[in-house]
Design a protein around this ligand. Structure first.
Ligand code: PBG
Ligand code: ZN
Length: 332
């Protein structure tokens, strides 16, 4: 029986590097940011250690730092105290995201800006869509309806306002049916055919989003997101969602979260030839950070292992709160 002498290929670091199948590059990492109103503001987020709500001036400083480390793309989330039932603060010309994008584009060259397009950070009830039933008063947690098509109109307005501010990509994360098409249409009608769309295509209803909701103050006031985000028992459905987003005009598709969903990443990659992003979400980040702080795992080793595994599964791009620290390590 002939056999391959695999142990020889593992013998020293140089040879291991030579035959490694997966590489982690800074160019494939996207750093998420939370931007808030104010001046020289840097607010700690208890459940997201090392990540802050930054006012625009501090955001600019940090994005410059990221760029110097080789990070070429950032994802912007707006933190708004101004909220209403229809998320109108989300599409104001002088809204927080719109101002932040304008400033980044003015102050920093050669950086791609992606904006998250959703309602949940701007609605009083914290849901990603317009709640229509019951109309008013206290809503029993299991009895409310999200108006998908009304929400599409709002998402389209938000996306257009981000495009006008200069966003390179808009990234709808509301998981409404038809959201990519609604956005593609309004962008094209208004002369923004060059603005691209990153679809949060297969976004699961997940407990890994906890710290993010603290950061944004977007925890739903009643009910949960299971009526619009995906059921983690499903895989075929992820392919349907991704296929649909591609038909509707998505330029990049996404699987989210990443770690417990490597099989989904792998299947999507095998089925479609389109750039695939994975979102290494807030809960995944914070659990690792806390574990490392307690000395349960080696921080650097575990983060590199996790991100490399996400790439190995098939992700072309990774959105991760670790992006800056990893960029530093990869430089050394
Ligand atoms: C909002 C949105 C969420 C995330 C990205 N966009 C949270 C949610 O759906 O509740 C999660 C990101 C993270 O946890 O890092 N639609
Ligand atoms: Zn949302």
């Amino acid at each position: 029986m002939p056999f391959v002498r695999l142990r020889h290929l593992r013998k020293n670091a140089g040879v291991r590097d030579l035959v490694s199948e997966t590489g982690l590059a800074v160019s494939g990492l996207i750093m998420p940011y939370f931007v808030c109103e104010g001046k020289n503001t840097k607010e700690r987020i208890d459940s997201l250690p090392g990540i802050y709500r930054l006012s625009i001036d501090n955001l600019i400083k940090d994005v410059k730092e990221a760029k110097n480390l080789g990070i070429k793309t950032v994802l912007i989330f707006g933190v708004s105290k101004d909220k209403d039932s229809r998320a109108t603060p989300a599409y104001r010309k002088d809204g927080i995201v719109q101002k932040a994008v304008t400033q980044i584009k003015k102050d920093i060259g050669d950086i791609a800006v992606i904006t998250d397009v959703c309602l949940c950070g701007y609605t009083t009830h914290g849901h990603c869509g317009i709640v229509v039933s019951p109309a008013a008063g206290r809503r029993p947690p299991d009895k409310f309806i999200i108006d998908n098509d009304y929400t599409l109109e709002i998402l389209a307005k938000i996306a257009l306002s981000h495009a006008k501010a200069g966003a390179d990509f808009v990234a709808p994360s509301a998981m409404m049916d038809g959201q990519v098409k609604a956005i593609r249409d309004i962008l094209d009608m208004n002369g923004f055919s060059c603005t691209k769309i990153l679809g949060y295509s297969a976004k699961y209803a997940s407990s890994f989003y906890g710290p993010f909701r603290e950061a944004l103050g977007s925890r739903p006031e009643f009910g949960d997101r299971k009526t619009y985000q995906m059921d983690y028992r499903n895989t075929d459905e992820a392919l349907l969602e991704v296929g649909q987003d591609i038909k509707e005009g998505a330029d990049i598709v996404m699987v989210k979260p990443a770690l417990a969903y490597l099989d989904i990443i792998s299947r999507v990659k095998q089925n479609f030839n389109i750039p695939l992003a994975a979102f290494n979400v807030s809960g995944e980040y914070s659990l690792v950070k806390e574990g490392a702080k307690k000395g349960i795992v080696n921080e650097r080793d575990i983060i590199l292992e996790i991100l490399t595994a996400i790439k190995r599964a098939g992700a072309d791009l990774i959105i991760t709160y670790h992006a800056k620290e990893v960029a530093k390590w990869l430089r050394q």
